[in-house]
Design a protein around this ligand. Structure first.
Ligand code: HEC
Ligand code: HEC
Ligand code: HEC
Ligand code: HEC
Ligand code: HEC
Ligand code: HEC
Ligand code: HEC
Ligand code: HEC
Length: 432
C-alpha cells in the first residue's frame, strides 16, 4: 500500500517535471515565431506589465493554435477574458454607458439599412460603437456576416498589446470617437482653457502641479470605468423640465425622435428602446445623481457656486436651443400634415424622424427611405448644431457655443422656413 503510494507520487512528480519544459517551450514558441510574423505586437507586449507578470500570448489567445497552418484556432479574447484578472474594472465598465455602445447603435433603424461594413468592419458607426460586451446573439450575427475581430472594448482606450494605463489616461485615447460631426468633445476641450492648460503643462510651461482637467478627470474620476452624464447625448429626459414652454418643446423633440406618437402624444414602442439602451435619464434622481457627481468634480478646482452657475448655463442654453428646434420641427411637420412631403414608406408616422438620418434611397435596403432635403436640414439642426450649442457650454468652448452652435441653429431655422415657403408655393402652383 505504502509502496504503491510512493510509486504513484513518484510518477506524478516525474510527469510534472517532464511536461514543464514542454509548456514553457510552447509559450515561448508563440513569441519566437511571432517575432518574425508580427514583430510590432511582440515588442508592444514586451513593453507591457503583462510581460512583467508572465501573462503570455496564450493567456488571452488560448493554446489551440500552435503553428503556421492553424491560425484560425487562435481565440480572440472578449472582455470576459480580461475580467478573469481585472474584475473590478470589468464590473464598473459593465454598469456604465460605454457598455451600451453596440446596443445603442443597433437600436437605431438606420443601422439596418446601411452597408454592414460600416457597422461590423471597425470603421463608420461600428468603429466607435465597438464599445460594450456583446451578447451571444450579437456575436453569432457578427460571425454569420463573416466578421471575426472587434470582440473587445477594453483595448479601445489601453490599446493592445501594450495595455498601458498611462496611455488610457491621455485624453488622446478618447479622441478617435469623441470628435467630429455630432460630438466634437475633443475639438471643444482641446481648444478650451482646460485643454490649453493641459497641453501647456505637458510642454513644461506650467508647473508640475498646475490644475488642468482632462476628459478622464471629469468622466472617469478615481479611475472609475462606469461612465454616464446627466443629459447624455440626446439631451432629453424624463420627467420633463418644470418650465412649461421648455417641456412643450421637449415633447415636440421626443415626437421627432419617434418616442412619442405625434398625434396622441402617447409613448411608442421606441420608448422601450430608449429605456433598454439607457439613452435618457428616466427619473429626476438619475439625472441629479450624475449632476451632483460632476459638481463635486468641478469643486476640486472651482467654488461650488461657480460650478453650479456654469452648468446651469449649459441647461439654459439647451432650453433656448430646444425652442428654436421645436419651431423648426413644427414647420416641417406642417408640410407632412398638408401632404407637401410624402411619408417615406419605412417611417412609422407622417412626421420627421431623426432616427433615420439622411437617407436618400441610394443604399441597398434603403429604397423606401427617400428623406426630403428639408428633413435633412432639420436633422443637421438637431444632430449637429443643437448638440454643439450645449456640449460647448459644458466643455467651456466659446466658439463652438456660438459660431458652430447657436449661430448655425438660427441659420437652419431661417433656411427651413424659407424652404417651406417655397415648397408650399410650388405645391399650390402645381395643383392649379
Ligand atoms: C510557427 C509559427 C507560429 C507559432 C508557434 C504561433 N503562431 Fe500565431 N500565427 C502564426 C501565423 C502564420 C499566423 C497567421 C498570420 C496571418 O494571418 O497572416 C498566426 C496568427 C495568430 C493570431 C491571429 C489570428 C487571426 O485570426 O488573426 C494570433 C492571435 C496568434 N497567432 C497567437 C498565437 C499564440 C497565442 C501562439 C502560441 C500559443 C502562437 N500564435 C504561436 C504563426 C505562429
Ligand atoms: C492581455 C490579453 C492579450 C495578450 C497577452 C495578447 N493578446 Fe493578442 N490580442 C488581444 C486582443 C484583445 C486582441 C483583439 C481581439 C479582437 O479584435 O477581436 C488581440 C489580437 C491579436 C491579433 C490579431 C489582430 C492583429 O492586429 O493582428 C494577433 C495576431 C495577436 N493578438 C497576437 C498576439 C501575440 C503574438 C501575443 C503575445 C506576444 C498576444 N497577442 C498577446 C489580447 C491579447
Ligand atoms: C491572467 C491574468 C490577466 C489577464 C487575462 C489580463 N490581465 Fe491585464 N494585467 C494582469 C496583471 C497581473 C497586471 C499587472 C497588475 C499590476 O501590476 O497592478 C495587468 C495590468 C493591466 C493593465 C494596467 C497596465 C498599467 O500600465 O498599469 C491594464 C490596462 C490591463 N492589464 C488590461 C488588460 C486587458 C484589457 C485585458 C484583456 C484583453 C487583460 N488585461 C487581461 C493580468 C491579466
Ligand atoms: C466618430 C465615432 C462615432 C461614429 C462614426 C458614430 N458614433 Fe454614435 N456615438 C459616438 C459617441 C462618442 C457617442 C456618445 C456621444 C455623446 O454622448 O456626446 C455616440 C452616441 C450615439 C448614440 C446615442 C447613445 C446614447 O446613449 O445617447 C446612438 C444611438 C448612436 N451614437 C448611433 C450611431 C450610429 C447609428 C452611427 C452611424 C450611422 C454612429 N453612431 C456613428 C461615436 C460615434
Ligand atoms: C472640466 C470637466 C470636463 C472635461 C475636462 C471634459 N468634460 Fe465632458 N462633460 C462635462 C460636463 C459638465 C458635461 C455635461 C454633464 C451634464 O449633462 O450635466 C459633459 C458631457 C460630456 C458628454 C456627454 C454629451 C455632452 O457633450 O454633453 C461626453 C460624451 C463627454 N462629456 C466627453 C468628454 C470628452 C471625450 C472629453 C475630453 C476630450 C471631455 N468630455 C472633457 C465636463 C467635462
Ligand atoms: C474609456 C476608456 C477605457 C476603457 C474602455 C477601459 N479602460 Fe481601463 N482604464 C482607463 C483609464 C483612463 C485608466 C486609468 C484610471 C486611473 O488610474 O485614473 C484605466 C485603468 C485600467 C487598469 C489599471 C488599474 C490600476 O489602477 O492599476 C486596468 C486593469 C483596466 N483599466 C482594465 C480595463 C478593462 C478590463 C476594461 C474593459 C472591461 C477597460 N479597462 C476598459 C480607460 C479605459
Ligand atoms: C472606441 C470609441 C470610444 C472611445 C475610445 C471612448 N469612447 Fe466614450 N463613448 C463612446 C460611445 C460609442 C459612447 C456612447 C455609448 C452609448 O451611450 O450608447 C460613449 C459615451 C461616453 C460617455 C457617456 C455620455 C452619456 O451619454 O452620458 C462619456 C462620458 C464618455 N464616453 C467619455 C469617454 C472618455 C473620457 C474616453 C477616453 C478616456 C472615451 N469616452 C473613449 C465611444 C468611445
Ligand atoms: C483640475 C482642475 C479643474 C477642474 C476639475 C475644473 N476646472 Fe475649470 N478651470 C480650471 C483652470 C485652472 C481654469 C483656468 C483658470 C480659471 O479661469 O480659473 C479653469 C477655467 C474654467 C472656466 C473659465 C474658462 C475661460 O475661458 O475663462 C470655466 C467656465 C470652468 N473652468 C468651468 C469648469 C466646470 C463647469 C468644471 C466642472 C465640470 C470645471 N471647470 C472643472 C481648472 C479646473
Amino acid at each position: 500500500m505504502k509502496k504503491g503510494l510512493i510509486l504513484t507520487l513518484g510518477w506524478v512528480v516525474m510527469t510534472v517535471f517532464l511536461s514543464m519544459p514542454v509548456i514553457a517551450e510552447d509559450l515561448e514558441n508563440c513569441i519566437t515565431c511571432h517575432r518574425d510574423i508580427s514583430p510590432g505586437q511582440v515588442k508592444d507586449w514586451e513593453a507591457s506589465l503583462h510581460k512583467e507578470n508572465d501573462i503570455t500570448c496564450s493567456a488571452c489567445h488560448g493554446e489551440k493554435h500552435t503553428g503556421n497552418d492553424d491560425a484560425t484556432l487562435a481565440q480572440m479574447p472578449d472582455e470576459a477574458v480580461c475580467a478573469e484578472c481585472h474584475e473590478e474594472q470589468f464590473n464598473q465598465f459593465s454598469k456604465g454607458k460605454h457598455n451600451l455602445g453596440w446596443t445603442a447603435m443597433n437600436a437605431l433603424p438606420i443601422t439596418h439599412v446601411e452597408p454592414d461594413i460600416l457597422m461590423e468592419g471597425g470603421r463608420g458607426c461600428g468603429g466607435c460603437h465597438n464599445m460594450g460586451i456583446k451578447s451571444e446573439e450579437q456575436k453569432k450575427e457578427q460571425r454569420a456576416k463573416g466578421y471575426k475581430y472587434q470582440n473587445n472594448s477594453c483595448d479601445e482606450c489601453h490599446t493592445r498589446h501594450t495595455f498601458s494605463k498611462k496611455e488610457a489616461l491621455n485624453p488622446k485615447a478618447c479622441q478617435q470617437c469623441h470628435m467630429g460631426y455630432d460630438h466634437p468633445q475633443w475639438e471643444m476641450w482641446s481648444s478650451s482653457k482646460h485643454g490649453a492648460r493641459y497641453s501647456i503643462k505637458k510642454e513644461g510651461d506650467l508647473p508640475e502641479g498646475a490644475a488642468a482637467p482632462s476628459c478622464q478627470d471629469c468622466h472617469m474620476s478615481d479611475g472609475n470605468h462606469e461612465n454616464r452624464t446627466a443629459w447624455g447625448f440626446l439631451g432629453v429626459r424624463l420627467p420633463l423640465p418644470e418650465d412649461k414652454q421648455w417641456a412643450a418643446d421637449q415633447v415636440t423633440i421626443l415626437k421627432a425622435l419617434g418616442v412619442l406618437d405625434p398625434e396622441t402624444g402617447k409613448p411608442t414602442a421606441r420608448l422601450e428602446v430608449v429605456k433598454a439602451a439607457d439613452l435618457a435619464r428616466l427619473t429626476q434622481e438619475a439625472w441629479q445623481t450624475e449632476r451632483d457627481k460632476m459638481i463635486k468634480t468641478c469643486t476640486k478646482c472651482h467654488s461650488e457656486s461657480y460650478a453650479r452657475e456654469q452648468l446651469g448655463m449649459g441647461d439654459k442654453i439647451m432650453q433656448d436651443a430646444d425652442h428654436l428646434m421645436a419651431e423648426a420641427i413644427k414647420v416641417v411637420a406642417g408640410l407632412y400634415r398638408d401632404g407637401i412631403i410624402k411619408k417615406p414608406a419605412d417611417y412609422a408616422f407622417a412626421y420627421p424622424d431623426f432616427l433615420f438620418f439622411m437617407q436618400t434611397g441610394g443604399a441597398e435596403g434603403a429604397k423606401n427611405l427617400e428623406v426630403s432635403h428639408i428633413d435633412q436640414v432639420l436633422f443637421e439642426m438637431y444632430m449637429k448644431h443643437r448638440m454643439r450649442t450645449y456640449q460647448a457650454f459644458f466643455h467651456v468652448n466659446p466658439d463652438y457655443a456660438y459660431w458652430y452652435g447657436w449661430a448655425m441653429l438660427t441659420k437652419d431655422l431661417g433656411e427651413i422656413k424659407e424652404m417651406a415657403k417655397t415648397m408650399r408655393a410650388v405645391h399650390v402652383s402645381t395643383k392649379e
